[in-house]
Design a protein around this ligand. Sequence first.
Ligand SMILES: Nc1ncnc2c1ncn2[C@@H]1O[C@H](COP(=O)(O)OP(=O)(O)O)[C@@H](O)[C@H]1O
Ligand SMILES: [Mg+2]
Length: 212
Amino acid sequence: MRGKFISLEGGEGSGKTTAIHCIRQWLDARNIPYIMTREPGGTPLAEEIRQLILSPRDETVNNTTELLLVFAARAQHLAEKIQPALEKGSWVISDRFLDSSYVYQGKARGGDTEILNQLADWVVGDSKPDATLVLDVPVELGQERVVQRQHQDRLDKESLAFHQKVRDGFLERAQAEPGRVKVIDASLSLDLVQQQIEHQLSQLYSTWSGNV
Ligand SMILES: Nc1ncnc2c1ncn2[C@@H]1O[C@H](COP(=O)(O)OP(=O)(O)O)[C@@H](O)[C@H]1O
Ligand SMILES: [Mg+2]
């Protein structure tokens, strides 16, 4: 029985890492096999590409370069880690995946949606996540939550307008694919965020456990 593939999406400070802790507990309680992973990255080669993408640098990073690096890392991640795990029956939980490309390289950087669709068809095909949870918070709240962070990467340092586009972009992804992409109101207390996440997990589980 193929595992379920879940991605977590949202801007910095929206609560993705916190959501992953909650999902881990939920899966452990049911003895469901799973792996946790992240994008860009997830394999040694893909993590090297991540460093290339996220390191602050003096040279301007061309938008097409950034886009192709992200998809190069994703091809490796899917072939070497995600697909094999799903085939073995593990669930796969990824901190970011394809929707981040539509949002960061597309909406925020002005990348062409048609090109993104073509790359998504080519690189991801029908291996899209079974469910994508968008952790949605107002930009200011996300910024407040990460303000203590020591290490800020190249994208964290973008303007408020950039982060606003990121938020809007994720909400547009949910409108474009409402069956797969679910918005979680992550501005609420941890308890209430957890309840929303567990509701989505239960929906997935009911389509999975019935067939085990
Ligand atoms: N619902 C919440 N209420 C209050 N604080 C939260 C909530 N979700 C996350 N946080 C806190 O906000 C910060 C950023 O959350 P994190 O999960 O690291 O976000 P992300 O991984 O999306 O950048 C962390 O310090 C976390 O403990
Ligand atoms: Mg995180």
